[in-house]
Design a protein around this ligand. Structure first.
Ligand code: AHG
Ligand code: MN
Ligand code: MN
Length: 340
């Protein structure tokens, strides 16, 4: 039998990468792994249990909340609160951040921002969904965490990752030393190392964007889409169009095969749709660690200065050569003043 390495074993081995850490980050990643397994269990039996459909509420973003959004949010909050490594939590589903005030956690080193269920509008149709997390070191000195601890650039991330609940369930994460992917083996209930040292191809032949909104896109994006559709042997064009509508799933596929994912500004969403702190920053950290690029069309996502918890940003992410090409079109045809 080949030797299987579980997520738990891998995390312990990698603890030596952080000689000054007392193992808090390792425990925090383990807690996230546990929340992911519980969410996976519910997602997988979603059609059987009474957990499909909407709760009837809207969230901070004005979007319909699914029962599984609420469930996943509760699992993350419970795991991170009980773990004792996090002094505050921020979630897509909570307007305000959640300070963690219990004795064990209030002076903890880290804060975590997350999207508990990404692509949740897909869930009733059995399409892949995900969870995304971002771990920062607090900047305040003690007590429960505050907004200040979250308003850090993505360049300051300590760790980030996502879980994809797809044809198999995977956790992909980075602590800034490359990217590793773990597939859940349901027969033993463990994430096992299946994709060591993941690298995104420099180029690819897939573009992922909701083309239904074409008329509302900036000129740079319209021209870039047309470029993707042109015939050119040397760059393997025309590219294929693939859009699942779950950012985690679209970006995971492009990470494996190469390609670009774009959620630009539209006339209805002038700042884009996706959220900087718990969607774009962690996904950018992973893709950069795998050798790719992430941009808002003009500059690196990880260098954008966050001003608020639920800030949105236009998002271009994937293979370096294709993201650079999209940026070229933006700079040529959609000149705007950088906002931050
Ligand atoms: P969430 O389910 O967390 O609200 O995120 C959904 C996001 C993202 O996953 C996806 O890429 C995008 O919304 C799809 O939006 P459109 O339906 O506008 O294309
Ligand atoms: Mn999302
Ligand atoms: Mn979500």
């Amino acid at each position: 039998m080949s030797k299987v390495k579980t997520l738990g074993q891998f995390i312990i081995e990698k603890q030596d990468d952080f000689p000054y850490s007392k193992g808090e980050l390792s425990r925090l990643l383990r807690d996230i792994g546990i929340a992911a397994k519980i969410i996976n269990r519910e997602v997988n039996k979603a059609g059987l249990a009474d957990i499909l459909g909407e709760t009837g509420d809207n969230n901070v973003q004005g979007e319909q909340v699914k029962k599984l959004d609420v469930f996943s949010n509760e699992q993350f909050i419970a795991a991170l609160t009980a773990g004792g490594e996090v002094c505050a939590i921020a979630s897509e589903e909570n307007e305000e951040l959640i300070p963690v005030a219990n004795e064990q956690s209030k002076n903890a080193k880290y804060v975590v921002a997350f999207d508990p269920l990404d692509g949740s509008s897909n869930i009733d149709a059995n399409v892949s969904v995900g969870s995304i997390f971002a771990v920062y070191r607090r900047t305040t000195l003690s007590g429960p965490g505050t907004l200040e601890d979250f308003l850090q650039r993505g360049t300051e991330l300590v760790a980030a990752g996502y879980v994809i609940y797809g044809s198999s369930t995977m956790m992909v994460y980075s602590t800034g030393k490359g990217v590793n992917g773990f597939t859940l083996d349901p027969s033993i209930g463990e994430f096992c190392l299946s994709h060591p040292d993941m690298k995104i191809p420099k180029s690819g032949k897939t573009y992922s964007i909701n083309e239904g909104y074409y008329v509302h896109f900036p000129d740079g994006v319209k021209k870039f889409i047309k470029w993707c559709q042109e015939e050119d042997k040397s760059t393997n064009r025309p590219y294929s169009s693939r859009y699942i509508g779950s950012a985690v799933a679209d970006i995971h596929r492009n990470l494996l095969y190469g390609g670009v994912f774009i959620y630009p500004t539209t006339s209805q969403a002038p700042n884009g749709k996706l959220r900087l702190l718990y969607e774009c920053n962690p996904l950018s950290f992973i893709v950069e660690q795998a050798g790719g690029k992430a941009s808002d069309g003009y500059r690196r996502i990880l260098e954008v200065e966050p001003k608020s918890l639920h800030q949105r940003t236009p998002f271009f992410i994937g293979s370096s050569e294709i993201v650079e090409k999209a940026e070229e079109f933006m700079k040529k045809y959609s000149v705007v003043e950088a906002k931050n």
